[in-house]
Design a protein around this ligand. Structure first.
Ligand code: ADP
Ligand code: 5GP
Length: 212
């Protein structure tokens, strides 16, 4: 079946959650490097930039007042308070990217993923797990970007998130990074083959065999 026109493909919703320090940013950067056309949902947050982070790239950094105003205008499809800061996903840019056939990756927390499931119920929801709690502590400390207090908060939050692992469609254990990346890529590529993303092919199938 000839399918020269790829422009009618819809974008895939790929949601990735992980307890902080598991390696989510590392794995997402690898996927974005391999697939540069990936759309990324740049969240709004009230937390301060960390390390090399740039406004508009990793996050849109906004004040609490701005965040609350956006939230009351109904601009977020999900939002949550994580580690004492607000985080939220603006609906409009996501809808635009999906409509243009761009796959969109969401790096959000478990509370946000549960809200997003109500909007994008056909999305792929992935949970990344650390190999052990000890290793999670090592990674959080080794990253060197958070204070002791922030690390303690993240660990307490991690315990709560691990207890909700059942919500997800896929579990990927980030022990060996290359293995975890292969699995992550496999879920993404399989997700791209879902029939609901191909209304154009569905049309072709309706007429299958009619033109000889
Ligand atoms: P997250 O985005 O989940 O908070 P990061 O991607 O910042 O986590 O990773 C936390 C730390 O763990 C970083 O220093 C990173 O280099 C390291 N790391 C990530 N994946 C692995 C892995 N598979 N093995 C060992 N260290 C890892
Ligand atoms: P960090 O401060 O380490 O960048 O992120 C802390 C947590 O907030 C991570 O689990 C991250 O996935 C989550 N997060 C980032 N953006 C959003 C968002 O828009 N919504 C929700 N619910 N969580 C988010």
């Amino acid at each position: 079946m000839a399918n020269k026109d790829q422009t009618h493909r819809l974008g895939q919703v790929l949601v990735v959650c992980a307890p902080s320090g598991t390696g989510k940013s590392t794995l997402i950067s690898m996927l974005r490097e391999d697939f540069p056309t990936f759309g990324f949902s740049v969240s709004y947050t009230t937390r301060k930039p960390r390390g090399e982070e740039q406004d508009g790239r990793e996050y849109n950094f906004v004040s609490r007042e701005t965040f609350i105003a956006m939230r009351s205008r109904g601009e977020f499809c999900e939002w949550a308070e994580v580690h004492g800061n607000f985080y939220g996903t603006a609906t409009a840019p996501v809808e635009k990217m999906l409509g243009e056939g761009k796959d969109v990756l969401f790096d959000i927390d478990v509370q946000g993923a549960k809200q997003l499931k109500k909007v994008f119920y056909k999305g792929n929801f992935i949970f990344l797990l650390p190999p052990s709690r000890e290793e999670l502590v090592r990674r959080l400390t080794g990253r060197g970007t958070d204070s002791e207090e922030a690390i303690a908060k993240r660990l307490a939050n991690a315990d709560g998130e691990m207890a909700q692992a059942d919500f997800f469609d896929y579990w990927i254990i980030n022990d060996d990074l290359d293995t975890a990346y292969e699995e992550f890529k496999a879920v993404f590529l399989a997700g791209r083959c879902k029939p609901e993303l191909r209304p154009d092919v569905e049309e072709q199938l309706k007429n299958w065999g009619e033109d000889g």
